[in-house]
Design a protein around this ligand. Sequence first.
Ligand code: GAF
Length: 380
Amino acid sequence: MEIFEKFTEVFGYAPNLISAAPGRVNLIGEHIDYNGGDVLPFAIAHSTYAAFGARNDSKIRIASSLFPGEVIQADTHILTPLYGQMWSRYILGVFWAVGSARLPHGFDIYIDSTVPIGAGLSSSASVEASVAIALNEFFQWNMSLPDLARIAQRAENDFVGMPCGIMDQAISLMAQEGQALLLDTRTLKSEQIPLDLTSKGLELLVIDTRVHHELVDGGYAERRDSCEKAAETLGVSTLREISVSEFESRKREFDTTTYLRAHHAVTEIARVSKAVTALREGNYEELGQLLNQSHESLRDEFTVSCPELNCAVEVANSRGALGSRMIGGGYGGSAIALIHQEDRASIESAVSDAFAKNEFISPRFFVALPSAGARIIQRG
Ligand code: GAF
């Protein structure tokens, strides 16, 4: 295995443990995980791989194929938020969130990843999940997957400084092959929902616009604030607790921006439940319509889309997709299109042509298949 050799080359000895954790596609339920709603993500095959070698002191050294030549040095006893280079914070943050009292010693760590960075496919959470699952295994903590997800989220919120919800960490840890995860983001109770598009002649095409987003900056936090403010105005703890009709009836209590952002959230929460019904009934036309409505709402009300994502969605739909939408935090990254398998080549070429015509960077495509969650792949 390549990561085994890479670790050995950098640190001069063989690793004790190797873990893997996937990126994700969110089928529907965008910007809902910090509003207490249900979300419906699934894991993709692209994963982060992490190799660990136990040390006999409290030091941590981290190297990665993504940043060749750099070795980040830290110590489990003196970690403070924002320590280290940006890329290493997703790893160090998990150590910090676990707390030095639980860490008898440090590690040498090598990180490799096939999850495209900044593509809205949750590369950061896959790094956190690969570290959380490895530490849990190494020290035999027997923590539940939802508890590990909370630790990983805390790392990202308080060590990296990105006020994300829990969806990405939870799906990376809790995913099962062939299933989407219906996740209640308040309780982390979940249900696996079979997602077998292939046998229906369908597939989910991921269109990576290659426009890179940076979620640590203000847009995400601002939208989260608007939703929280709206919940406060309504006298509820999260927007999940308010129905669409009740929300509409109190429209006058909000300024336009807050209204639109919160309107996206309450309608998107309702769409997730409709999407689960559509999936259970095998009603893919309806699922496609819900993806389209989700995109329109993210584009026009939540305003987190961008010209490249809108172009991908419009062209895919005009070439026969049942429905399409941007996924993830937005401002770039990827879109998904629910398509008939036989349309894939023509949709890919039409989207590529439209991108070229608009002078956008060439997009990348892959078909997303619901894959397994975080796991230990080798013990030394
Ligand atoms: C990002 C965040 F990390 C998630 O928590 C979620 O809010 C998502 O954007 C939007 O649904 O991936």
